[in-house]
Each structure stands twice: as C-alpha cells, then as structure tokens.
Design a protein around this ligand. Structure first.
Ligand SMILES: Nc1nc2c(ncn2[C@@H]2O[C@H](COP(=O)(O)OP(=O)(O)OP(=O)(O)O)[C@@H](O)[C@H]2O)c(=O)[nH]1
Ligand SMILES: [Mg+2]
Ligand SMILES: [Zn+2]
Length: 296
C-alpha cells in the first residue's frame, strides 16, 4: 500500500479542508474520514495530518491527525507555538480578556507576544501595557498596521514559530497580517462590525509566506471561565509571581491578600503590575466559584 502523504491544515470551511503538503507546499482539498467524528475529533487549522490526495476534481481524505503539541479552544487552533495578542485603543483593550488568554497560553507552554496596534491614534498605550506585561514575560510591540510602523521587530519575533493572532474584533488583526505579509485579507470598519454584530473574519486561517507562519482568527469578546481548574493552580500561570514563590507567610498562600503575602507586597512596591494582580484576584474569585459548584 502506498504511504500516506503529510501536510498541515491551513483552513476548514464546511466539511472541506485546505491542506499544504510538506516540502512542496502544494495545496490539497480534503475531507475528514468518518472515524474522526466517531472519536469526536474536529480537524483544526495548524493540525499536522496524513492524507491521501484526490485525483483530478475529486477531493482526497484526511487519514490521520498527528498528536497535537498545543490546542486552543478559543480560537480553535492546533499546534500554536506563539500567541500574538493584538490590542488597541479602539475598541478599548479588554485586559481581563487578555489575561485569561495569557493564562491558558502559558499553561500550554506557548510564548506570548502583544502587538499594541493603532499607535497612530494613541502613542501612550504601548508603554502602559509594557509596564503591565513585561514582568510576565510578554513582550510588547507598538505598531500601526495602517501606517506600517513598528512591523520589522514584530516580524523578527514571529519568524520561525507557528503564530496565532488573537484579540477583540476590530483590534486590527487582519489589517496587521496584511501589513506584515503583504496580503489582502478582508478587513472591516468597527462601526459596521457593531451594526452587524459580526466579525469580518469568520474562519481561522493559517498563512505561510516568507518564513512567517501566522493564523488570522475571528475576534471575540467573551471567554468562559475555565472549568476543572483547581484555584491553587491559577498562580502557576503567572510567571511574574515565581520569584516570590515560597516567600509568603503561609505556605498555601494563593496571593489573594493573605497576611504576609509576598506577591501583594511586590504589587504594592510596583515590582509586578498592581493592576494585573487585581485582575488575577478577580479571576481567582471566579475560578473558586466555578470549582465550588463543579458537581452541580
Ligand atoms: N487608525 C488605525 N486604524 C486601524 C489600524 N489597523 C486597523 N485599523 C482599522 O481597524 C478596523 C478593524 O480592522 P480589522 O483588521 O478588520 O480588525 P480585526 O481584528 O481583523 O477584526 P475581526 O476580523 O472582526 O476580528 C478597520 O477599520 C481598520 O482599518 C491602525 O493601525 N490604525
Ligand atoms: Mg479580521
Ligand atoms: Zn502570597
């Protein structure tokens, strides 16, 4: 029997998947074998697969999905190595949403970058966000996708890694990807998005070009709290707390204003971001609530 060929899923629309073949980059249209539905596995952009190609106009088949190194549920994507959060002054950056995404990304061992877009409108935001996120190991890149400023350092940081652009609808993900890679993806006015209540980008899509491998995704504004996360594990997803680990008065300290908490002291001293710590406490309260009700 002929060996299956290997490739990466670029996008899926309906039940058809576009796959780029290893080595040649040749694109194939494939459908997923029925067994995946039985196993409740949905092929995702970024998935590494084995396939048998179609002939002529006939589509081929996805035969196997290789083990995933990482898995994002919002937006759905496989094997992402670097999450690039796109934030902007308009629509106003939702940092609680960003923190939820960062916690999930770090838990999966991803690297996180933050592109602060539309600096043609607000030049102060990148510095504010740098103060908040640098202690967490998130590098901030000030950019204007519209004017093409600040792109090169971001491009360099993204090169060689499977990246996923994420962020609120209207932050400028597609515009940024167009500017970074010289593309013409559809973008949309924010007023029109709000009027329609819809994203301009509907489907995640992986684009490979000039050594960059980037997924554009649909923006969203809500992320459900994580289920099955024991409250004491949340702090492990905050790299900036690590230097204080073991220095709190109580060994089981959750860094929620317990007496003698070294993290609270670091926030008061400004070694870590006080605002991000306050948002950590909000997420902790939420996760405790979900955890308490986990058998309901
Ligand atoms: N002033 C300014 N506007 C920008 C910039 N980048 C994008 N925009 C505008 O922001 C709006 C939204 O841009 P999109 O690229 O469609 O945003 P998106 O994040 O892809 O949105 P969804 O696909 O809906 O998630 C458009 O009107 C863009 O022209 C920028 O650097 N400066
Ligand atoms: Mg878009
Ligand atoms: Zn503590």
């Amino acid at each position: 029997m002929e060996a299956f060929r290997k490739g990466t899923i670029l996008r899926g629309i309906g039940s058809f998947y576009t796959v780029s073949e290893d080595g040649t980059g040749e694109q194939h249209t494939l459908r997923a074998k029925k067994k995946f539905r039985r196993e409740k596995i949905t092929p995702l952009p970024g998935d590494r697969i084995e396939f048998s190609p179609g002939e002529g106009e006939e589509h081929g088949w996805i035969e196997e999905i290789l083990p995933r190194r990482t898995l994002c549920l919002r937006p759905p994507a496989a094997n992402v190595e670097t999450l690039v959060i796109v934030a902007a002054p308009v629509p106003e950056a939702d940092l609680l949403l960003a923190d939820r995404q960062i916690a999930r990304a770090f838990h999966q061992g991803m690297r996180v970058l933050m592109a602060v877009n539309k600096i043609d409108l607000d030049t102060g935001l990148p510095e504010r966000l740098r103060e908040e996120y640098a202690p967490a190991g998130v590098t901030v890149f000030p950019v204007s996708a519209r004017e093409g400023t600040g792109l090169e350092p971001l491009r360099e940081a993204m090169r060689g890694s499977l990246c996923c652009l994420t962020g609120q609808s209207g932050a400028g993900k597609s515009t940024l990807l167009n500017a970074l890679m010289g593309l013409e993806l559809e973008t949309g006015e924010i007023s029109r998005k709000i009027a329609r209540g819809k994203n301009t980008t509907r489907h995640a899509e992986l684009i490979e070009r000039d050594g960059l491998r980037v997924m554009d995704t649909a923006g969203f504004s809500l992320l459900e709290p994580e289920k099955d996360l024991p409250p004491e594990e949340l702090k492990e997803r905050y790299p900036e707390f690590r230097p204080m680990e073991g220095k709190c008065r109580f060994r089981e300290c959750l860094h929620d204003r317990e007496p003698g908490c070294a993290v609270a002291e670091a926030a008061a001293a400004g070694t870590i971001s006080p605002a991000r710590w306050e948002r950590y406490r909000l997420l902790l309260a939420e996760i405790r609530e979900v955890w308490r009700n986990r058998y309901d």
